[in-house]
Design a protein around this ligand. Structure first.
Ligand SMILES: Cc1ncc(COP(=O)(O)O)c(C=O)c1O
Length: 398
């Protein structure tokens, strides 16, 4: 079967994974108990590897809105936004997102992945250049691949490298789209956005910030890193997702350029997929309202949890990301077998975290990635730290 030959390395990995009791890349949540707990392998487990930052997945207001929409509008739209898939709720959500960001317009997509595909494959054309941070999310890379712009990477969070590459482009620099993320999903570090904006201005380039992990998490009003850094007016495109702090699924783009509306019907990933179900739209609208009304309180709880976990793991002598963040990643060594073993022992002790292995990691090391929620209690955070503590020797051995 020649077309399958190239998957030999996956076959080997799959074979290795059959040797362990639980495959970390096929974990089964047998029962969801709450925002922070589930039954996995028959035991009560703390979920420390979800992106449920504000803990809204069980908010009764979101559930009630989703249920009402389900009953009144059915299970799905069965069509693209461009055909029969734009309901009043989709437009209302777009208006609410635009208002939240004080932007002239917003476009809602079926996922955050699709939002990145749509924007990056359509707006920069064949004569334009995308300059992206090397540690960008796969959806950013895939959006570039789907389009026709030239793609150049700059070193992760390195404004000097960005500057150098823009300088090399000469006159073409003014049609460059720089792409960065608010919080990077692997080790929770933030983009040096003020420096990046200064460089963008120097060359007259455009800037897109993917706030997938920073919406609801950063900024006085929860609008993300651009708000926190005081540079919202300088950001041309903000992309985000509903699948993290808003507890649902979907994506969006806001832009200070009203011209983005002309692009709506040119974006293949917008046109050629079904729109989000009415229940998703309804729960997201309520979640966005909660973010607006109660976001500050939830953000405080989230950051209290982040500080508690970061400090606890730091005190154990573990190697963490460079700054406190709701994403706290423990860096291990290069041995995948060892990383798998430690991950498994955490799970056996009732703590689920994400195991991330190269090439998905920024370096050749494996990561145990924790991501926190405002809904975690201090007791749960302490239990996570204690569980890591019980495995300290093994963790340092990796
Ligand atoms: C930085 C970033 N952008 C985009 C996405 C895609 O979001 P979604 O889950 O809505 O497809 C993710 C998902 O993890 C992400 O981390």
């Amino acid at each position: 079967m020649p077309i399958f030959h190239k998957f030999q390395s996956f076959a080997a990995l799959r074979e290795d994974l059959t040797q362990v009791a639980t495959n970390p890349f096929n974990i089964i949540i047998e029962q969801v108990l709450s925002e922070t707990e589930a039954i996995i392998n028959g035991r009560r487990t703390i979920l420390a590897g979800t992106n449920n930052y504000l803990g809204l997945t069980f908010d009764p207001r979101c559930i009630a809105a989703g249920r009402k929409a389900l009953e009144e509008q059915g299970t799905g739209t069965t069509g693209s936004r461009m055909a029969n898939g734009t309901y009043a709720g989709h437009l209302a959500l777009e208006q609410e997102i635009a208002d939240f960001f004080d932007s002239p317009t917003a476009i809602v997509f079926s996922t955050g992945y699709i939002a990145n595909l749509a924007i990056l494959s359509t707006i920069p054309g064949a004569k334009d250049v995308i300059l992206l941070d090397a540690d960008s999310h796969a959806s950013i890379y895939d959006g570039c691949r789907l389009g026709s712009a030239e793609v150049i990477r700059f070193r992760h969070n390195d404004p000097a490298d960005l500057d150098k590459r823009l300088a090399r482009l000469g006159e073409r620099a003014s049609s460059v789209l720089i792409v960065v993320e608010g919080i990077y999903s692997m080790i929770g570090d933030q983009a040096p956005l003020q420096d990046i904006v200064a460089i963008k201005r120097k060359y007259g380039a455009y800037l897109m910030v993917d706030e997938a992990h920073s919406l609801g998490v950063l900024g006085e009003h929860g609008r993300g890193l651009a708000e926190q850094a005081g540079v919202e007016q300088e950001v041309d495109f903000i992309v985000g997702t509903f699948s993290k702090s808003l507890g649902a699924i979907g994506g969006f783009c806001v832009s200070r350029w009203p011209e983005i509306e002309h692009v709506r019907y040119a974006m293949r990933p917008y046109i050629f997929t079904a729109s989000s179900s009415p229940s998703i739209i309804a729960s997201t609208r309520v979640a966005l309202g909660i973010l607006r009304e109660q976001g500050a309180e939830l953000r405080q709880q989230l950051w209290d949890n982040a500080h508690r976990l970061y400090l606890g793991l730091h005190n154990l002598g573990l190697v963490l990301g460079p700054e406190t963040s709701p994403v706290v990643a423990v860096t291990l060594g290069k041995s995948k077998e060892h990383a798998l073993k430690v991950w498994h022992e955490l799970l056996d002790r009732g703590v689920y975290v994400n195991l991330v292995m190269p090439p998905a990691t920024p370096t050749a090391s494996c990561l145990l990635r924790c991501s926190l929620s405002a809904a975690h209690t201090p007791l749960q955070i302490d239990a996570i730290v204690e569980t890591f503590g019980a495995l300290r020797d093994e963790l340092q051995d990796c």
